[in-house]
Design a protein. Sequence first.
Length: 131
Amino acid sequence: SLLIDLEIKDLNGFNNIESVKYEIKTIVSYGCEVDCVINDNCDEDIIGEDYMSDDTWKFDYSNSPTDTTHLYSETILLRPLDGSALYDEDGNIIFNAKDCGKTGVFEFKFIVIDKDGLSDELDGIIMEIIQ
């Protein structure tokens, strides 16, 4: 799992943040060094050009240490490196099994939107998953 904490400043002073979400771009995802059983192309590198997003990729509000500062956090679940399926605490499947989990370099974009329609983005946040 990857835990991300964000500190958001509500600069218009209205304390009306509606959502904090993220998007991910695969800069390079390295192929697996295993026999491809589930996916014939598991050993090929993937290079992405566009950000991916999902309606569920939102941060949860944590607290507000000041009137204009708000803390948000999100835990992003990562597939195990061996490619095994990932289950929640009730035994429900989160990710189906694959030949392997991927490593590589990924770029994050964080997007804050308030109830007045104002938004701000921070992109270019690079992370490398090595194991």
